[in-house]
Design a protein around this ligand. Structure first.
Ligand code: GUN
Length: 306
């Protein structure tokens, strides 16, 4: 029997812990604060940020949100970040990525006070993570660790293959799995667009984390029996194109009014035939990313006020 790992259930548990922590802080006179900044009119980015703000409301975190036009000068964003750095009621700052091309991403990541960098993307925090002394673990890979733990899959001594080498997911994921710490101690292979014979690598794996941003690129033929599959992909696929391209019908989750549905980087049906445990899309990693952001925010508040 394949276990379908329920990300909503695990995320709810973490959000309850976060709420309890926010309540304790409130009793001590501290309201944890998270500021989000969006400089984009991309629909997906807008949706993610509003989900993050809603999660703040639900967990006792004071959310504040700032929007800039993608045509605004870069300095408008840096001024906003500087103001938030100086505001002691704001414990966490998140600038939704990607930012427009005329804004240098690295400069944005460096501009955020590392103590408020709840994404864990500031070079100081990346360095600490790599050194095994993380302040804030990046939300998505940390969420994956929590899902593995919830599914009773200990990476220690296992072969883990991470497909994708992004700064947001692939690289920090590989680092966390490698750490000499609980949730780590795996033998880690990182694959990417230049990897030759990807299937040979994934077939060797006890754990596959798919985070390449390519719809359904990992299928059952690339997996061994009993593997744990974690699907980080969130791809918007056109419903009409998808149903005309093959025998598939739009899934129950298809948002037909918007004309797209969400699919992962894993072909769920064929992968489920092989997997011992697998995450669905939606309802797997997605809710964990937001839960871990709330977790990092109350951690930031406790440390800044403590
Ligand atoms: N864009 C996609 N994922 C993320 C994330 O985890 N944090 C930020 N700031 N932007 C993102």
């Amino acid at each position: 029997m394949t276990t379908v790992i329920d990300g909503n259930e695990v995320a709810d548990r973490i959000r309850s812990e976060v709420t309890a922590c926010a309540d304790r802080l409130a009793e001590a006179g501290v309201t944890p604060g998270l500021a989000t900044v969006l400089m984009s009119d991309d629909g997906a980015s807008e949706t993610y940020v509003s989900m993050k703000q809603r999660a703040c409301e639900e967990t006792g975190i004071e959310g504040s949100h700032y929007e800039l036009s993608p045509d605004d000068p870069a300095e408008a964003l840096f001024d906003r970040v500087e103001t938030l750095n100086a505001d002691s009621s704001v414990h966490g700052i998140l600038v939704q990525m990607p930012v427009p091309e005329h804004v240098e991403t690295r400069r944005v990541l460096r501009a955020i006070d590392p103590a408020k960098d709840v994404d864990g993307f500031h070079p100081e925090n990346v360095g600490r993570l790599v050194a095994g002394n993380a302040r804030y673990k990046p939300c998505t890979p940390h969420g994956v660790q929590k899902l593995l733990e919830a599914a009773d899959v200990d990476p220690e001594g296992k072969d883990a293959v991470v497909v994708g080498r992004s700064d947001i997911v692939g690289k920090p994921m590989a680092n966390l799995l490698l750490q000499k710490q609980p949730g780590g101690n795996a033998t880690v292979t990182v694959c990417h667009s230049r990897t030759e014979d990807l299937a040979a690598k994934t077939r060797q794996a006890d754990i596959v984390v798919a985070a390449a941003g390519v719809p359904e690129m990992v299928d059952g033929s690339m997996l061994s029996e009993g593997v744990t599959v974690i699907d980080v992909g969130v791809n918007r696929v056109d419903v009409a194109e998808r149903s005309s391209a093959g025998s598939r019908t739009p899934s129950d989750d298809a948002d037909t009014e918007k004309g797209y549905e969400l699919v992962g980087d894993v072909d769920f049906e064929s992968a489920k035939e092989k997997a011992g445990a697998i995450t669905p899309v939606p309802g797997g990693v997605g809710p964990m990313t937001i839960a871990m952001l709330m977790y990092n925010t109350v951690k930031a508040a406790s440390e800044q006020e403590g």
